[in-house]
Design a binder for this molecule. Structure first.
Ligand code: UN1
Length: 512
C-alpha cells in the first residue's frame, strides 16, 4: 500500500473517487469492505482515488470467473481473439494522452516517458493481435511414408499476472496480450502503487470486447491477492515482474504444484565506455539510461565501466549535464526527472548513499530534493559516485533510483570482466568505434539485451525481453518468445498409410 510521511498525510475527501474490482465482467466491491488510497508521488497531497483492498475470497471469485470463461475463449478461433486485441490497441491509441497523463499523475514518470509506456502497450497489443493469425508451429516431414507430423500451441489455462508499478501500462500489456491471444484467461493483480492505471487499462479491455471473465482485475496487497493465486491449484501459469526476493518466493511455492512461472527480476545494468568512444554520445546515452524514469527501470544503467584515460573527461560531462536536469512534476513538459514512487523508495536510495560514501567518492547529488514545491513529493537528486570498485555494494546491488557509479578499469578485458561480475544479467551496452571490440562485447556480455553505442534502455516489443542469471528464470516477454510462457506444445502425428508403422524401427534397414 502507498506509504506516506507524517509531513503530508493525503486527505481523501468526498470528492475522491472509489474504484472497484472487475470480476466476471462486473465492477464490484471487495467482500472485505476495505479500501486503500493511491497518491501522486510528485505531490502526496493529491489523492487519486480509493481502491478495493482485495482479499483471498475476491481472488477466489476472480479465479472462478476465469475458469468459467475459459472453455468458450479457448474455443474462439485465434484470429477472432486477435481482432479483440486489435480493437483494444485502437482504443488505447485513441486514449493515449488520457492514459499517459493518468500515469504521470499516479506513477510520476515524466509525460514524454508516460506516452512511451502507453505506446509500448499499444505496440505489443498490435503485435499479439497479429499472432492470432500466426502462432506458428512446425509442419515437418515424418520419417515414415504416408504419415503427417506437425506441432501446435495450445493455451495452458488461467494466467495469474502480477505486475510492477514502474511500467504500469506496458508491462501488464506485455503479459496479458500473449496470454489472451493464445486462449488463456487472466486474473490480473497490479502493484498497489498504480491501481488507477490498471483500472483504466481494464476499462478499455472491457470496451474492446473481451468477454466477461476473460480478464479479471483484483487490486490489493501481495500477501492477500498475489499469494492466493500462487497457491491456487487452478492457476497453472504465473507471470511476475518485480523484486528478486518476491520472485524467488513465488517460484519456490509454485514449484510445489509444478506451475509455469515466468519471472522478470532485478538488474544491475552496466555501460562500458572505451577510450575511443564518442564521449558526447556516451554522455547522452548514460544520462538517459541512468536518470530517465528516475532510475526506476529494470533496464536502467547504474554502473558505468570506463577505461581509465577517459574517466575524467566523461565524468566532467556527466556532472555538468546531470546538474542541469530539472526535477518536478512530470506533467510539466520541461521537467526531466520526476519523483521516486514512494517515501520508502526515498529512504532506500538514501541508505545506499550512506553506503556509497564509504565505498566511493560522491561527486554529485546524494540528497532528497525538497526545494519549494518538491517538498510535497518523493524527489531525489540525480547522484553520481566516482571511483567505485566492481564488487562494492553500490556496484552490485539494485538501488532502483537515480544513482550512478563510475567504475574505472585498465582495459577492454577488465571492462568485460567487471560488466559480467554481477548476479544479474538484463541489459548492457558498450560505447566504442572499434567494430571488433563491439562484436566481442556482443558475444561476451552475459545479458539478455545488448546495445552498441546506445544506453541500456529502450527495448522494442517485437524482440525477446528478459535477462540471464538471477534476472529471471529463462522465460522471455515480448516477441514471439512471449508465447512460450502461455502455451503448451502439442505434437500431432497422422498416419494415413492404413498399416502399422513403427518409428525408429520400420524405416531402418535390417542389420546383420
Ligand atoms: C522494465 O523496466 O521492466 O527497455 C521495462 C526499456 C523499456 C521496458 C523496461 N522498453 O527500458
Amino acid at each position: 500500500m502507498t506509504q506516506t510521511t507524517e509531513r503530508s498525510v493525503p486527505k481523501a475527501d468526498a470528492e475522491t473517487p472509489t474504484f472497484k474490482l472487475f470480476i466476471a465482467g462486473e465492477w464490484v466491491e471487495s467482500v472485505g469492505g476495505q479500501t486503500f488510497e493511491s497518491v501522486n508521488p510528485a505531490d502526496r497531497r493529491d489523492v487519486i482515488g480509493r481502491f478495493q483492498a482485495g482479499t483471498k475470497a475476491d481472488t477466489a471469485m476472480a479465479i472462478k470467473a476465469a475458469e468459467m470463461a475459459l472453455p468458450r475463449w479457448k474455443a474462439t478461433p485465434a484470429p477472432k481473439r486477435g481482432e479483440i486485441l486489435y480493437a483494444f490497441a485502437e482504443l488505447m491509441a485513441r486514449n493515449k494522452e488520457r492514459l499517459s497523463r493518468a500515469m504521470t499523475r499516479e506513477m510520476g514518470k515524466v509525460i514524454a516517458e508516460a506516452r512511451g509506456d502507453v505506446q509500448e502497450g499499444i505496440d505489443i497489443a498490435y503485435l499479439m493481435a497479429g499472432e492470432g493469425r500466426r502462432m506458428f508451429g512446425d509442419t515437418v516431414p515424418s520419417e515414415l511414408s504416408d504419415k503427417w507430423a506437425m506441432s501446435i500451441r495450445q493455451p495452458i489455462g488461467i494466467a495469474g499476472i502480477i505486475t510492477p508499478w514502474n511500467f504500469p501500462i506496458a508491462i501488464p500489456c506485455w503479459k496479458m496480450m500473449p496470454a489472451l491471444v493464445t486462449g488463456n484467461t487472466v486474473v490480473f493483480k497490479p502493484a498497489s502503487d498504480t491501481p488507477h492505471c490498471a483500472t483504466l487499462l481494464v476499462e478499455l479491455m472491457a470496451e474492446a470486447g473481451f468477454p466477461p471473465g476473460v480478464v479479471n482485475l483484483v487490486t490489493g496487497g501481495g500477501a492477500e491477492v498475489g499469494d492466493a493465486r500462487v497457491e491456487s491449484p487452478d492457476v497453472p501459469v504465473i507471470s511476475f515482474t518485480g523484486h528478486s526476493s518476491t520472485g524467488k518466493s513465488i517460484a519456490e511455492r509454485a514449484a510445489k504444484r509444478l506451475k509455469r512461472v515466468s519471472l522478470e527480476l532485478g538488474g544491475k545494468n552496466g555501460v562500458v565506455v572505451l577510450a575511443d568512444a564518442d564521449l558526447d554520445l556516451a554522455t547522452d546515452g548514460i544520462l538517459w539510461s541512468a536518470f530517465g524514469t528516475t532510475g526506476q527501470r529494470c533496464t536502467a544503467c547504474s554502473r558505468v565501466i570506463v577505461e581509465k584515460p577517459v574517466v575524467e573527461p566523461l565524468l566532467e560531462r556527466l556532472e555538468r549535464r546531470a546538474k542541469g536536469l530539472r526535477l518536478g512534476s512530470g506533467l510539466d513538459e520541461a521537467v526531466d526527472v520526476g519523483p521516486l514512487i514512494n517515501p520508502a523508495a526515498v529512504e532506500k536510495v538514501g541508505s545506499y548513499i550512506e553506503i556509497g560514501q564509504v565505498e566511493g567518492e560522491l561527486v554529485l547529488g546524494g540528497h532528497p530534493a525538497t526545494d519549494g514545491e518538491l517538498e510535497h513529493g518523493n524527489f531525489f537528486e540525480p547522484t553520481i559516485f566516482a571511483n567505485v570498485m566492481p564488487m562494492d555494494r553500490i556496484g552490485q546491488e539494485e538501488i532502483f533510483g537515480p544513482v550512478l557509479s563510475i567504475i574505472p578499469v585498465d582495459d577492454f578485458d577488465a571492462a568485460i570482466t567487471a560488466l559480467n561480475q554481477t548476479r544479474y544479467g538484463l541489459s548492457a551496452s558498450i560505447f566504442t568505434r572499434d567494430v571488433n571490440r563491439a562484436f566481442r562485447a556482443m558475444r561476451d556480455f552475459e545479458t539478455g539485451i545488448v546495445y552498441v553505442n546506445a544506453g541500456t534502455t529502450g527495448a522494442e516489443t517485437h524482440l525477446p525481453f528478459g535477462g540471464w542469471k538471477e534476472t529471471g528464470n529463462g522465460h522471455r516477454e515480448a516477441g514471439h518468445a512471449a508465447l512460450d510462457s502461455y502455451t503448451e506444445w502439442k505434437s500431432i502425428y497422422v498416419d494415413f498409410s492404413g498399416r502399422l508403422q513403427r518409428a525408429q524401427i520400420d524405416n531402418q534397414a535390417a542389420s546383420g
